[in-house]
Design a protein around this ligand. Structure first.
Ligand SMILES: Cc1cc2nc3c(=O)[nH]c(=O)nc-3n(C[C@H](O)[C@H](O)[C@H](O)COP(=O)(O)OP(=O)(O)OC[C@H]3O[C@@H](n4cnc5c(N)ncnc54)[C@H](O)[C@@H]3O)c2cc1C
Length: 382
């Protein structure tokens, strides 16, 4: 395995850094107040080609590799989680899933406009009574001649109130154990109603909401894969989605470390820089380790993905470890900054609020702990 980044990968990382910093950093508090970053971020990402990373040229993509995708996520999340999250759901959870499972017609109709940023896409699995326990979803899809009729509620869905296209998971046949199927649903289909969830601790710049489906007629050709493929499709989507989350967490850790080092080399107490106090050094050492461990984990996954090798165990592990490290890094940085970390003069209170949610979304910290134990014990295979 060669860890040296190519010229092209370095260029992609630089353009992602410039994009996030120049276009969004100065106004991020305003976006946080209004919760309206998604439409503009998706449109601009489309124009610059970020929504086509890992998508072949024939679907208007950039045909770049998975390390490039990871580097983009790192740079986005240094600025704000909501920018990386928009890419996670739109590209990693939705577009790449259509690329893998979609028919040629579905790719032309849905993937291409999503790659160009003309349409915004979301991924809707969670429900009011089914978050961790995804096999317990209650949304139903009944086949009636050429249409499926969908009824149900999705909640805590990123981009719910702004997306044009949704990947909706629903139960198609109660008699089979593997009865979850995936559907491409357009906002314009009658019976689709969305709302925004307010009062969030973090990711305030971006939208999170609910989707209500009432007798929604979904054309039969909008079934993704085959009936009963839903769990397999969801797991393959998570392989990409969790990878982008794990990569973004590295960006947050790096931004926390840079902020901590700068501050520790300036602030003085008891006649010396606080960086000379061993208890401060302990927090900085932990962050430096988290940064290097995080990068190694994601480079390994990028390498596996580039070779089309299975990577679920590694991806789930990186999401579990890196998200915990990002939250701890934000918490430690806030501590190093003392009272000055407690308001919004620095990025850190925002990172702290944003990092907390990654212990919940993309499967909770506890579910990831169980999953890694199952892999180790041989109860779970790739
Ligand atoms: C900001 C944000 C964005 C999100 N975006 C999306 C999205 O785009 N699409 C989507 O489909 N979903 C999304 N979600 C939903 C997310 O996937 C769920 O919140 C998550 O899976 C957890 O489900 P829950 O909240 O219902 O918690 P529950 O499943 O009810 O869990 C509650 C608590 O019990 C614990 N627990 C549950 N079962 C076990 C067990 N067997 N052993 C030990 N502990 C257990 C959990 O770890 C947790 O601590 C998002 C959530 C958030 C917060």
């Amino acid at each position: 395995m060669d860890f040296e980044l190519t010229e092209e990968q370095l260029l992609v990382a630089k353009s992602a850094r410039d994009f996030a910093k120049n276009e969004f950093y100065a106004a991020i508090r305003q976006y946080e107040n209004n919760g309206d970053i998604d439409k503009i971020v998706i449109k601009k990402m489309g124009e610059l080609g970020f929504l086509g990373i890992c998508i072949p040229h024939e679907y208007c993509g950039q045909n770049l590799d998975y390390i490039s995708l990871g580097l983009v996520c790192i740079e986005f999340e240094k600025i704000d989680t909501s920018i990386r999250f928009a890419l996670t759901v739109h590209l990693a959870l939705n577009s790449l899933t259509i690329l893998k499972w979609g028919t040629e017609e579905q790719k032309r109709k849905y993937l291409v406009p999503q790659v160009k940023g003309e349409k915004t896409a979301a991924f809707a699995m969670a429900e009011p009574n089914a978050g961790s326990d995804i096999e317990n979803i209650q949304t139903r899809a009944e086949l009636e001649s050429d249409y499926y009729i969908l009824n149900g509620e999705k909640t805590w869905i990123t981009l719910a109130d702004v997306a044009d296209n949704f990947l909706i998971f629903a139960k198609t046949n109660d008699k089979k154990s593997n009865n979850i199927s995936a559907f491409i649903v357009e906002r314009g289909f009658p019976g689709v109603v969305t709302n925004t969830i307010g009062g969030k601790l973090g990711i305030r710049a971006g939208n999170t909401g609910s989707i209500s489906l009432q007798d929604v007629k979904v054309p039969r050709e909008n079934l993704l894969g085959k009936e009963g493929d839903g769990l397999k499709i969801a797991m393959s989507a998570l392989d990409n989605g969790l990878y982008t989350i794990a990569c973004g967490s590295v960006g947050m850790i790096e931004n926390c470390l840079e902020t901590s080092i700068k501050y520790a080399n300036e602030r003085e107490t008891f006649g010396k820089k606080i960086g000379k106090h061993q208890l401060v050094q302990q927090m900085i050492a932990k962050m430096a380790a988290a940064r290097d461990i995080g990068r190694l984990l994601i480079y390994n996954i990028g390498w596996l993905k580039n070779k089309s090798r299975t990577n679920s165990r590694e991806t789930f592990l990186a999401k579990w470890i890196n998200c915990k490290s990002a939250f701890e890094s934000a918490n430690d940085t806030l501590q190093i900054l003392g009272a000055y970390g407690y308001n919004n003069e620095f990025n850190i209170e925002r990172h702290f609020r944003n990092a907390r949610s990654a212990l919940i979304y993309g499967l909770t910290h506890e579910m990831h702990t169980l999953i890694q134990a199952e892999y180790a014990l041989g109860y779970r295979k790739e």
